[in-house]
Design a protein around this ligand. Structure first.
Ligand code: FMN
Length: 253
């Protein structure tokens, strides 16, 4: 016969297991609903606003994924806020970039228009030309590279890997109908002072994120550039075989 004490013990163990399973189920459901919310939001935007966005599809020589052909760098941004879930999704995409020895040498400093003081601090590190158009976007990010490994050696691939993380971020942004414009025109020294960036780290690029806006809101010169066709060198100019400068035969035609 099972004693009352034993029965009570078994009862509490079973309750614990059920509770854990239930919590795991709730967490899973929450994650699923979050994903659905992001996708629905993106679909709504796609159906409702895409017609007002400037599309500048890449004219590709060979077919590529639509997120690659659709990505471009606008200077006109709408004042629509970037949803927190979407911003976190962009950073998650950056997190999963490959990197040499899996060093993951990237860090990101974020400033959003919700906090004007922080936003203006980051905006202030950009050169005047870039401040002029970037200030319409709701999110600014500073990408920073750890230029030395933990054992003090120079990481020759740090900037490369930060670039990979940023491209992941940019492609994820395209998938969510957001736009990204990267900026080299900023002061890395000003950024170091402003954010007390340690010696072994270096600010690489500033990144502007938001929903693409109306080019009509840009100055004449910038509007012209915004609407101009996107250009790239042909593959035959930079894909070689055998020796430097020898174009891959299939591309030479
Ligand atoms: C690392 C990097 C730095 C850039 N710096 C600036 C910049 O300071 N100002 C600017 O207006 N655009 C800047 N750009 C945007 C480029 O001009 C743009 O990516 C390029 O013309 C190709 O256009 P697309 O991105 O629309 O294909 C930068 C892009 C990258 C990747």
């Amino acid at each position: 016969m099972i004693s009352k004490q034993r029965l009570f013990y078994q009862y509490t163990v079973v309750c614990g297991i059920v509770q854990k399973a239930f919590l795991r189920f709730c967490k899973h459901l929450h994650e699923m609903l979050k994903k659905v919310a992001i996708n629905e939001d993106s679909n709504k935007y796609h159906q409702g606003n895409i017609a007002t966005m400037t599309e500048k599809l890449a004219e590709t020589q060979y077919s590529v994924h639509e997120f690659i052909s659709r990505r471009w760098s606008p200077r006109a941004f709408s004042d629509r806020q970037v949803e927190q879930e979407k911003l976190l999704s962009l950073l998650e995409a950056a997190r999963w970039a490959p990197s040499s020895y899996n060093h993951q040498p990237w860090s990101f400093i974020i400033a959003t228009k919700d906090d004007p003081t922080e936003y203006n601090r980051l905006l202030g590190t950009l050169v005047e030309f870039n401040q002029g158009w970037a200030k319409s976007a709701p999110v600014l990010i500073l990408a920073v590279a750890k230029t030395r490994t933990d054992d003090g050696k120079t990481n020759r691939h740090a900037f490369h890997d930060v670039g990979l993380a940023i491209e992941n971020l940019a492609i994820q942004a395209t998938a969510l109908d957001l736009s990204v414009h990267q900026i080299a025109g900023f002061s890395a020294d000003a950024a170091r002072k402003e954010y007390q960036i340690p010696e072994d780290y270096e600010a690489v690029t500033a990144i502007v994120v938001g929903y693409a806006g109306n080019p009509e809101n840009l100055s004449d010169g910038l509007r012209e550039r915004e609407l101009a066709a996107r250009i790239r060198k042909p593959l035959k100019e930079f894909v070689f075989t055998g020796k430097w400068g020898n174009t891959l035969p299939v591309l030479a035609k």
